[in-house]
Every structure is written in structure tokens, then in C-alpha cells.
Design a protein around this ligand. Structure first.
Ligand SMILES: Cc1ncc(COP(=O)(O)O)c(C=O)c1O
Length: 480
């Protein structure tokens, strides 16, 4: 090892070079101006920008090298090579998958969260940030009638939220203490695929997965569920988990939550509800009945980047059994001793795989404080009515419709005596080429169907009229 005294001159020279990373107040002002211009242009043109473009960028423009670029050029690269390709997820015309829009108020929050670099994983590091996350979770507990002492976390999205919940179910029911292949769980084929991923990640890919039938509205069949559980019990298996959906991704169906909760309780099983897509519709007084029983769930997932219209990157999980969550996520290490000593509230890092955490809660808290709850409720109710309006217009054009949805996801197809799937596939392809409105597709009972998901706060009646006009035009082109 070199024992020479440290070269202070070198330290100072390096400091001078590294200082390029610290932006001066003047540079900051310029950068903010440039950034605002790009953001404003993006938003101002949104109503006339296509919702989908199938083009791809030239990846060479993103290459990182030692070369420096002005902020203007860098932002131009984003404007010209990122924004114009693929799905325009901020557009109200995005009616595919699960849209949301992306509230501007959250962008302000993200900006401040990054500028301050608040460390939101530990109470000790930022009591304020953790209290804000707690305030968001407490509001969710009130919305979903969860007890005050349940625990929660704001995650990156529904997938990680489901992962946390299913891990808690595994640990609370001590699944790993018996042969995993004896454990049994119950769900419909409509659960989101992130549930299957989570099961694989947490070592439960070999449990018995019972796929329960559904009725024609996509809801879990209760008699079949009861008989599957009883049969498994009789055969010495270990039924430990029922997974319900409150708003399936394909059909927007809400499983019969109240009855499922009763069944789960009777058989001493964990009851998980994935309400990532549908959950926030419970903010509407007229939906209290449909969601009845959700308060009895042992764990619940709700995605603010869906039904609260926040930009992508925020999901939420609530779990009643705190210890089950701590079992896999609570950890102490020598280098964390300052953070864990004393009587401090639970830290997000004890409830999630994440340790270092971006101040994610600010992007949920700030819009709720700024706008209040009423505009969210109005937007959600508008989405339900728009879904019915869309379906009526589709019917007038000769389309056939899936069952009347509980929420704002539905599907349709154009009936043909022959090659119906190919016809509808071509229709969707044409719509993608048109791009004014983005629709996605799915399969129901093996049949190709076009799917609508109305959940962006920017989707309004004019958007639906535009979608109908696009479908009518493209239909004409194929038929003629
Ligand atoms: C019902 C449901 N659960 C979970 C997810 C996964 O959520 P995320 O994409 O935020 O990870 C989705 C996504 O669409 C969903 O609709």
C-alpha cells in the first residue's frame, strides 16, 4: 500500500472537476425554463397527438459517451425520440391495458422529491417523508375500512404490492413448514399474471393452484370453490389462500368478496384481494355494495397509478397481520444501528423489499391535498358512464359486446360468419395504424376480442366519440 501523505492538491483539483455536477443558480434557472417549455409543449399538444404510434426510435441517439450535450439538445432528444413512439400514456385516447393519465401535480411532487433527495425508507432518515407515506396509507385504510393497526406500503406498482401480500400470506400460514406441494390456493384464471410471477418468486410455484370456474360475468363460482376446498381438506392437503380480484384486468369483474371472505374464514385461510385496477371505484357511494367484504381481506392491493390517475410508479398494499409482513421484510444490520434504535414508528423498509426509497408518497399526497377527493370521485364516475356510453355506440355500429361490466373495462368484437378472429385482428391492426385512439385486445373463451379500459382522467365524451369515428372508418375500409 502507498504510505505517502495524501496529495491535497489532487483532492482540490478533483473537487474542481467534480463541481461541474453542482448546477449554479443561473444554470438552474435556464434548465428549469427549458424543461418547462418541453413539458408545456407536450401537454399543450396532447389533445391533438396520437395515442399510439407503432414507430421505433433509432437507439443510436441514446448512446452515452464522454461527450457533453446542452440541456436543450438532451431535452430535444427526449421530445423527438421518446415521446413520439409507442403508447402515449398521458393521452386521454389511451384506452388499452390499464391507463391512468398521470396527474401534473404528481410531477411537481417528483421534482421536489428528487431535488431534496429525501430518504424515505427509514423514519430516522426522514420522519416527515415517512409520516406522509403513513398519512397516505391511513387514508387508504379509511377508504377500505381496514383497522388502524394494519400495516401498509407504497410500492412501485401492483406487482410488488401483490408480492408483499402473498409473501405475508405464505408466512402467516406457515406454508414453508410443511411440504409446499401440499399447500393449495384458489383463484380464477382472470387473476393478473403478476400473481403467478409473485408465486414463482416466493417459492410457491409448486403449490396446488386450483383455478376456480367463473360465471358469465367473470366472477368466481362459489359452489365450486367450496367443493374444491372441502375435497382438498379431505385429501390431507393444506388450503391456505383465496385470491380474489376486485376489478379483473380483462373484464372489470368484482368477485363476490363478502361470500369469499366468509369461506376463507371458515376454512382458516388467508383472504387476499387484488384491487389494483378497480379499488378506487370504492370512493363512489354507489359502489359500496359491490365492494362489500373487501374490508375483511387479510391483504389488499390498490394502485394509485391506475384509479387515482397518478403517473406510473406507485402501488399500495395493506396487510392486517403486521408480524407476517415483518417476518420477511424486517431486518437489522450493524450498519443500520442508528436507524433502528429507540422507539420510532415502523419504517417503509421494514414492510417491503426496498431499503433506499424515493419519496414516493409525495406524488400521491400532494394531488390529494391540492385537489381534495371530489374531482377524483367525479372522474371515476365519469369513466363508468363513458364505458356504458361507448358500449351503446358500439352496439349501434353492429358490434357484439361482452357482458355489462361492473367497472370500466369491457370488450367487443365484430361478428362474422367466417374468420371472425382474423377480421377483428385486422380491425385492431388498422386502428393501431390510425393511432388516434389506442385499444388493446384479449381472448375470451378462446375468441379474439377488442378490449376497452377507460381510466385516464383525460378521457372524456369527445374521446369516446373519436374512438367510435375511428372504428367506423376502419370497419368500412375492411368491409369494402
Ligand atoms: C388487477 C391487476 N393487478 C395487478 C396489476 C399489476 O400492476 P403493475 O402493472 O402496477 O405492476 C395489474 C396491472 O394492470 C392489474 O390490472
Amino acid at each position: 500500500m502507498n504510505q505517502n501523505p495524501t496529495d491535497v492538491k489532487e483532492i482540490l483539483a478533483l473537487e474542481e472537476s467534480a463541481n461541474a455536477l453542482e448546477i449554479t443558480p443561473e444554470q438552474r434557472q435556464d434548465m428549469n425554463g427549458e424543461m418547462e417549455q418541453v413539458a408545456n409543449q407536450f401537454l399543450d399538444q396532447l389533445s391533438t397527438t396520437k395515442a399510439y404510434r407503432s414507430s421505433r426510435p433509432d437507439k443510436a441517439v441514446f448512446r452515452i459517451s464522454d461527450e457533453q450535450m446542452s440541456i436543450q439538445k438532451i431535452l430535444d432528444t427526449v421530445s423527438n425520440h421518446v415521446f413520439p413512439h409507442g403508447i402515449n400514456a398521458a393521452s386521454g385516447g389511451h384506452l388499452g391495458y390499464i391507463p391512468g393519465g398521470g396527474l401534473y401535480a404528481s410531477a411537481i411532487a417528483d421534482y421536489l422529491a428528487s431535488v431534496s433527495n429525501v430518504y424515505a425508507g427509514m423514519y430516522y432518515a426522514s420522519p416527515g417523508a415517512v409520516e406522509i407515506e403513513e398519512a397516505c396509507l391511513n387514508w387508504l385504510k379509511e377508504c377500505f375500512e381496514f383497522p388502524e393497526n394494519s400495516i401498509g406500503n407504497l410500492t412501485s406498482g401492483g406487482s410488488i404490492a401483490n408480492l408483499i401480500a402473498l409473501t405475508a400470506a405464505r408466512d402467516a400460514k406457515r406454508v414453508m413448514e410443511r411440504p409446499v406441494s401440499e399447500a393449495a390456493l384458489y383463484m380464477t384464471e382472470q387473476v393478473h399474471h403478476c400473481i403467478h410471477k409473485a408465486l414463482r418468486i416466493i417459492g410457491l410455484e409448486n403449490v396446488i393452484i386450483r383455478i376456480v370456474d367463473m360465471n358469465d360475468r367473470g366472477m368466481m363460482d362459489l359452489p365450486q370453490l367450496r367443493s374444491l376446498i372441502t375435497n382438498d381438506e379431505r385429501n390431507g392437503k393444506n388450503p391456505f389462500l383465496v385470491i380474489a380480484s376486485a376489478g379483473t384486468t380483462d373484464m372489470g369483474a368484482i368477485d363476490p368478496l363478502k361470500k369469499l371472505a366468509t369461506i376463507a374464514k371458515k376454512h382458516d385461510m388467508w383472504f387476499h384481494v387484488d384491487a389494483a385496477y378497480g379499488g378506487f371505484f370504492k370512493l363512489l357511494p354507489e359502489y359500496q355494495g359491490a365492494f362489500s367484504g373487501i374490508e375483511q381481506a387479510d391483504s389488499l392491493v390498490i394502485d394509485p397509478h391506475k384509479g387515482l390517475f397518478l403517473p406510473y410508479g406507485i402501488g399500495a398494499v395493506l396487510v392486517k397481520d403486521r408480524n407476517a409482513v415483518f417476518k420477511s421484510h424486517h431486518y437489522t444490520a450493524n450498519y443500520m444501528q442508528d436507524a433502528t434504535s429507540g422507539d420510532v414508528p415502523v419504517s417503509p423498509a421494514d414492510v417491503s423489499p426496498e431499503l433506499t426509497k424515493h419519496f414516493r408518497a409525495l406524488r400521491m399526497w400532494l394531488p390529494l391535498k391540492l385537489h381534495g377527493i371530489a374531482p377524483f370521485q367525479a372522474a371515476l364516475k365519469e369513466k363508468i358512464l363513458l364505458t356504458h356510453y361507448f358500449r351503446e355506440q358500439l352496439k349501434n355500429l353492429g358490434f357484439q359486446l361482452g357482458p355489462r361490466p361492473d367497472l370500466s373495462v369491457s370488450y367487443f368484437w365484430y361478428p362474422r360468419a367466417q374468420k371472425q378472429d382474423a377480421f377483428n385482428q385486422q380491425l385492431l391492426k388498422n386502428c393501431h395504424q390510425d393511432g388516434r385512439i389506442f385499444l388493446s385486445s384479449t381472448r375470451v373463451d378462446g375468441k379474439f376480442v377488442i378490449r376497452i379500459a377507460i381510466l385516464s382522467f383525460r378521457t372524456h365524451k369527445a374521446t369516446i366519440d373519436q374512438a367510435i369515428a375511428m372504428l367506423q372508418e376502419q370497419l368500412k375500409k375492411i368491409i369494402n
